[in-house]
Design a protein around this ligand. Structure first.
Ligand code: PRP
Length: 180
């Protein structure tokens, strides 16, 4: 049963499962013999993180961080505030930042700076969804689940006004739901 606020399902539960398995297999191959630390950027990435870690056949560790953008988010000043920091040291670690969506790139542009200063061995970015046409900062993901057009999507962790994160699929929100 599709939620009444959803105009169209972009990726079904099955498509998400299958793609996440592929990305997990790619990471498993790329990091063979190593034990990467996966860093989930909350809140949107929590479901992707849970599925991705189970699709990786390595001795991974996990940690969590929460950030929020200052202001309306339409300007490119892109100041980001750390709401919850990591629990562990990342020095010397191979990091994989796990994001639900890469949009303007502001969040990761800032976060990469913060994390690099803590001297990890390496940092890569894994984004479930990538909207390259929205990018205003020079950020590229090393692993991308799906490259998508600029539509208002929710589900599988992604919200609108904190709703819809629990939908098992990714769907396009009906325009009437968020105004224009
Ligand atoms: C989303 C997403 C990224 C960020 C991407 O988070 O999870 O962190 O926006 O956008 P950017 O590339 O333009 O910086 P959001 O602020 O919606 O918070 P949430 O994860 O708690 O939903």
């Amino acid at each position: 049963m599709i939620h009444p606020d959803i105009e169209q399902v972009l990726y079904t539960e099955e498509q998400l499962r299958s793609r996440v398995r592929e990305v997990g297999a790619q990471i498993t191959a790329d990091y063979a013999g190593r034990a990467p630390m996966l860093i989930s950027v909350l809140r949107g990435s929590y479901i992707f993180m849970a599925d991705l870690t189970r699709a990786i056949d390595l001795d991974v560790t996990v940690d969590f961080m929460a950030v929020s953008s200052y202001g309306a988010g339409t300007t490119s000043s892109g100041q980001v505030e750390i709401k919850k920091d990591l629990s562990d040291s990342i020095e010397g670690k191979d990091l994989i930042i796990v994001e639900d969506i890469l949009d303007s790139g502001n969040t990761l542009y800032y976060l990469m700076d913060v994390l690099r200063a803590r001297k990890p061995a390496s940092i890569r970015i894994c984004a479930l969804m990538d909207k390259p046409e929205r990018r205003t900062k020079p950020i590229t993901a090393d692993y991308v689940g799906f490259t998508i057009p600029d539509a208002f999507i929710v589900g599988y962790g992604l919200d609108y006004a904190e709703k819809y994160r629990n939908l098992p699929y990714v769907g396009v929100l009906k325009p009437g739901v968020y105004g224009e």
